[in-house]
Design a binder for this molecule. Structure first.
Ligand code: FDP
Length: 338
């Protein structure tokens, strides 16, 4: 008899059995994220036919144009959790303020942060995009409606994950047991376990950064990238450049194949002194996944997961990926590079 594939739901349920104290809410929560991902994936696969193409005409809290797909994906996440009893507060890149689902709040144990469509500039050119999510326990003993109650460091995340919509759709998440990847089988409409216990190589062969902005980087960042590009076969250099322009897709490649991804501070752009990526629903989730897979995530000077947020939508410079490569980047950031 051939072995039956393990669906996301079955995998989550089997993990739940290892923890008899688990109430199952986290499992349903993950299954609902899987459902949102399937709906978004379906819409992406027929984007060329027009319905969700183009902009809404609005700008989001970051001052960026909101695409119709951004709005659709944001609503899809919200609908997945309405009347579910699972999540009290939703925080999204697309919403200036947290959304409290009043019907869930009396009992719901969790807060969900998400970026519904990451890399949305890729939508118009049929290239990879993603969704990112991060789950916290609901703040205890504090008014959940105060913005400060949700300003918690990434170390407090319970589960973090992403969905990459590429040639295939994959959902990857990290919990205390490690990092698992599931690929969407469109024929049966299920995420199937395809990448068990993902480990990131200790060292890679690629660097990933928007080098067009290098003139505005700190000199230490420029020196690090120049070092990776310099020929030295003994240490595996030069590294190759890879940049898709969607954080999820660039991160996914880095997680599977190793290497380093950076979005550094931009000294020339007063809007981006801390780079472009958002701490709470972009960088923190990937930092948790990276560490659970054996890698490293840093701002250059600090472990990402230990940054205490000062606002929900704050940005943070990031260097993330293979442990040795990120450690080298941090060395350069301290001015101690070769
Ligand atoms: P986008 O604005 O298209 O949503 O989240 C921001 C992000 O994409 C990341 O996914 C991506 O890595 C980065 O911006 C790309 O920015 P640059 O064009 O400055 O490289």
């Amino acid at each position: 008899m051939t072995r039956q594939p393990i669906t996301l739901t079955r995998y989550i349920l089997s993990q739940q059995q290892v923890h008899p104290e688990a109430t199952g809410e986290l499992s349903v929560l993950l299954t609902q994220i899987g459902l949102a991902a399937k709906i978004i994936s379906r819409e992406l696969s027929r984007l060329g036919f027009g319905a969700l193409q183009g902009e809404t005409g609005d700008t989001n809290v970051q001052g960026e144009e909101v695409k119709r797909l951004d709005r659709f994906a944001n609503d899809t996440f919200i609908h997945a959790f309405g009347h579910s009893g699972l999540v009290c507060t939703l925080i999204s890149e697309e919403m200036e303020k947290p959304l409290h689902l009043a019907e869930n709040c009396p009992h719901a144990k969790y807060t969900l942060l998400f970026d519904p469509v990451d890399g949305s500039a890729n939508i118009d050119v049929n290239a990879a995009v993603g969704s990112i999510f991060s789950i916290y326990r609901r703040p205890e003993g504090r008014d959940h409606t105060s913005p400060e109650a949700n300003l918690r460091p990434g170390t407090e995340q319970v589960i973090a994950g992403y969905v990459v919509y590429g040639p295939g759709t994959m959902l990857v998440y990290a919990d205390s047991r490690g990092v698992q990847g599931f690929t969407l089988d469109r024929g049966i409409g299920e995420f199937l376990l395809s990448h068990e216990k993902i480990r990131i190589p200790a060292k890679g062969k690629t660097y990933s950064v928007n080098e067009g902005h290098s003139g505005a980087w700190h000199p230490e960042t420029r020196r690090f990238i120049e070092h990776l590009k310099a020929k030295d076969p003994k240490s595996g250099r030069p590294y190759s450049a890879r940049y898709i322009g969607a954080f999820v897709a660039d991160f996914h490649r880095t997680l599977i194949s190793g290497g380093v991804f950076l979005y550094p501070a931009d000294t020339a752009n007063p809007k981006k002194p801390s780079g472009k990526l958002r701490l709470m629903y972009e960088v923190n989730p990937m930092a948790l996944i990276t560490e659970r897979a054996g890698g490293r995530a840093s701002t250059g000077t600090q472990r990402v997961l230990e940054v205490t947020p000062t606002s929900l939508h704050q940005r943070v410079p990031v260097i993330i990926g293979s442990a040795d490569d990120v450690a080298l980047g941090e060395k350069f950031a301290r001015g101690e590079g070769a």
